[in-house]
Design a protein around this ligand. Structure first.
Ligand SMILES: [Zn+2]
Length: 340
């Protein structure tokens, strides 16, 4: 019996409490803006979630300078929303936003009905999710995962793992201030943006896992592994999540799950085809020779995905002698690992 030593569970709670206390008033940052503050989102006539998008837009329109409304239509535009169904991803909603020089030129918003058709997605949860995605589409980043969840509609998770709602369902005063600064009445000089030009995938995760024990419970497979090969980025425009990067993992130890293969393929969001750069907002791409412990779900094509992208990957750090969450300043901490 192999076992993880979850020293992190306690560490994580302490860390969360500490950081929450210090960053309680943190507001979301912005990455870009539309040239005009008046926008219309076209919602596909095939969508069964028009009222969620409409209510989500109204939340911003009524509280900020960003005057966004919705109409139903059958043609795509530069700002549109439609439903997708994908059981192979952990996100319930996503925004794909294209920007250059700080100006947003296109945003496509999706609900993933694999998640949102479940009974825990009530009308108010869905309107909150729509408001969250519209927040991305107007130029907002997520708040940190160590933020107090209800301080911002831009918290990345919909539910806690105990099933209760995680994020604010309407823009909070912190959100409103940021948006009003972004969309001042006179549109001045273009923002300087800290982000590279490209397409940004900003997912909303259905579930927040409070620690590694919760991650392990939901994982199909937990392994210690080494990244041995890069399989490249794949752009399949017909897929719901069209941009992925794949690596081969050599399994060194199986912590949970039943697997005969010694090598598996891991798939992460985003990548580059040499022309377009696509960034997963919650994704740090692996590199060859990385040694990791990874909490995985199996997808239908036989590849594996880390749960909630960065949430599920722990990278071995020599100098610390332990596995540290790949996005190590973002809430999830590190843990000791002992084989057998
Ligand atoms: Zn999001």
């Amino acid at each position: 019996m192999k076992k993880l030593v979850f020293v992190s569970a306690l560490l994580f709670s302490v860390l969360t409490l500490f950081l929450s206390t210090n960053f309680a008033s943190a507001a979301p940052t912005s990455f870009a803006r539309w040239a005009s503050a008046t926008q219309t989102i076209l919602v596909s006539s095939y969508s069964s979630n028009y009222s969620a998008w409409s209510t989500g837009a109204t939340k911003w329109k009524n509280s900020t300078n960003f005057k966004v409304s919705t109409i139903v239509g059958s043609h795509s535009s530069n700002y549109y929303a439609y439903d997708v169904y994908d059981s192979n991803v952990d996100w319930d909603g996503i925004a794909k936003t294209t920007h250059g020089n700080g100006v947003i030129t296109k945003s496509v918003l999706n609900f993933n009905t694999y998640h949102t058709s479940k009974s825990n997605y009530t009308a108010s949860i869905k309107a909150g999710l729509a408001g969250h995605e519209i927040g991305h589409s107007l130029g907002l980043n997520h708040v940190s995962v160590v933020e107090i969840p209800t301080n911002s509609i831009m918290y990345p998770y919909t539910f806690k793992s105990n099933g209760s709602p995680a994020r604010a369902l309407s823009p909070t005063s912190a959100d409103i201030t940021v948006v009003n600064n972004l969309y001042k009445k006179s549109i001045g000089s273009i923002l300087s943006t800290s982000k590279e030009d490209g397409i940004y995938l900003t997912p909303s995760w259905s579930v927040y896992y409070e620690d590694e024990i919760a991650l392990e419970k939901d994982a199909d497979l937990v392994v210690r592994a080494k990244v041995i090969d890069y399989l490249g980025s794949h752009m399949d425009k017909n897929k719901v999540q069209p941009y992925t990067t794949k690596h081969i993992l050599e399994i060194q130890d199986v912590i949970k799950g039943d697997i005969k293969e010694e090598k598996i393929v891991i798939s992460q969001m985003g990548g580059s085809d040499g022309v377009t750069n696509v960034f997963g907002e919650h994704t740090t791409l692996l590199t060859v020779n990385d040694e990791i412990i990874v909490f995985l779900k199996e997808s239908e094509d036989g590849s594996y995905r880390p749960i909630n992208e960065d949430d599920g990957i722990y990278l071995y750090k020599d100098y610390e002698g332990e596995f540290v969450n790949i996005r190590n300043n973002e809430g999830f901490s590190s843990f000791e690992y002992k084989a057998r």
